[in-house]
Design a binder for this molecule. Structure first.
Ligand SMILES: N[C@H](CCC[C@H](N)C(=O)O)C(=O)O
Length: 326
């Protein structure tokens, strides 16, 4: 089957974007997972953290379905939603839109460049739940905020929330970031286990200064990525709950792929987060896939010219992190 796609990234978290609105593709559920596993494979001619299927919605400007590199479908993807927002807004000539996702219809909008000539979008991260059943995380508690999970660590404390995909977040110090404790915990809870039977995205967060954090995430269904949008948003919220940052204020969130900004909103104990950051295109390609043989050929490929500008943002973010000892 011939598929046209765009490869892009949000803060270095890279995706293959497939437009099912303009193209008459009709993928079965199993084909969506197989396509994700095949095209996201980093040893192939493509490689990515996941696939974003852009589909018609019967009530919004577009619909996003996100599949991790292992073929598992997630309910939400913050960095990916910025790419979908850009694609749909540019297709319609709109500055803002509503995108249907698995659990919610989310507001997206074009924003002023977060860095010179870096195309920037804002996406709504919502709904937010602290109920452990919504991850699910099997503990005899209704929620977990800055508490220990002895089964995972005798030193770290964790917060658990669904935005709505599941996140386990620990605010740590530099030495814990540089150890392999995050890898050990992440692999434990993303292999068959009773604590988190559906797996979870695991983030280590370091508070750098007021309004500035660093987030490193091991993503469910992928592994360590340059950045995870929902994780950075959830982490920003946790730092507000722990008094390190303020709601309604911009939080600069640094990561291995660059930097985004988050603004946490609270109304009557309900939270949502605005995630603002780049939506950068790398190339467009046509691929000829034979799912039967699990093979594909890239029949054409054409680069965009945006990445060199994005790399200036990334260099500035990395200089800041070096100054912070990371
Ligand atoms: N791995 C995530 C989905 C992708 C989320 C991430 N790429 C983002 O930007 O939010 C999960 O299984 O919940």
């Amino acid at each position: 089957m011939l598929i046209d796609l765009i490869k892009g990234h949000g803060s270095g978290n890279d995706f293959l974007v497939i437009d099912e609105i303009a193209n008459a593709y009709s993928f079965s559920e199993s084909e969506r997972a197989e396509i994700a596993r095949l095209l996201c494979n980093r040893s192939s001619d493509l490689g990515a953290d996941g696939i974003l299927f852009i589909m018609k919605s019967d009530h919004a400007e577009g619909r996003m379905r996100v599949f991790n590199a292992d073929g598992s479908e997630a309910s939400m993807c913050g960095n990916g939603l910025r790419l979908v927002a850009r694609y749909v807004c540019e297709m319609l000539g709109f500055q803002e839109a509503i995108i249907e996702t698995m659990k919610a219809d989310l507001k997206v909008s074009k924003q002023e460049d977060i860095f010179v000539n870096v195309t920037t979008y804002q996406v709504e991260i919502s709904p937010v739940s602290f109920h452990l059943a919504d991850l699910p995380l099997n503990l005899n508690e209704d929620n977990l905020l800055n508490e220990k999970i002895p089964e995972l660590s005798d030193e770290l404390t964790f917060s658990a929330l669904a935005v709505p995909n599941p996140h386990l977040i620990s605010i740590v110090e530099t030495e814990q970031l540089k150890s392999d404790i995050q890898k050990q915990i992440s692999e434990k809870v993303n292999n068959p286990n009773e604590l988190l039977p559906d797996g979870v995205n695991v983030s280590f967060v370091k508070s750098l200064e007021k309004g500035s954090i660093y987030v490193n995430t091991f993503e469910r269904g992928v592994g360590f990525t340059n950045a995870c949008g929902t994780a950075m948003s959830a982490s920003s919220l946790v730092t507000c709950l722990q008094g390190l940052n303020e709601v309604e204020e911009i939080i600069n969130v640094y990561n291995n792929g660059g930097k985004v900004q988050c603004v946490v909103h609270e109304s009557e104990e309900n939270y949502s987060i605005d995630l603002i950051g780049n939506a950068t295109y790398l190339y467009k390609a046509e691929v000829d896939i034979d799912l039967g043989s699990e093979k594909f050929v890239v029949s054409s490929k054409e680069d965009f010219t945006e990445q060199s500008t994005y790399e200036k943002l990334q260099a500035e973010a990395q200089a800041y992190l070096r100054g912070a000892g990371l």
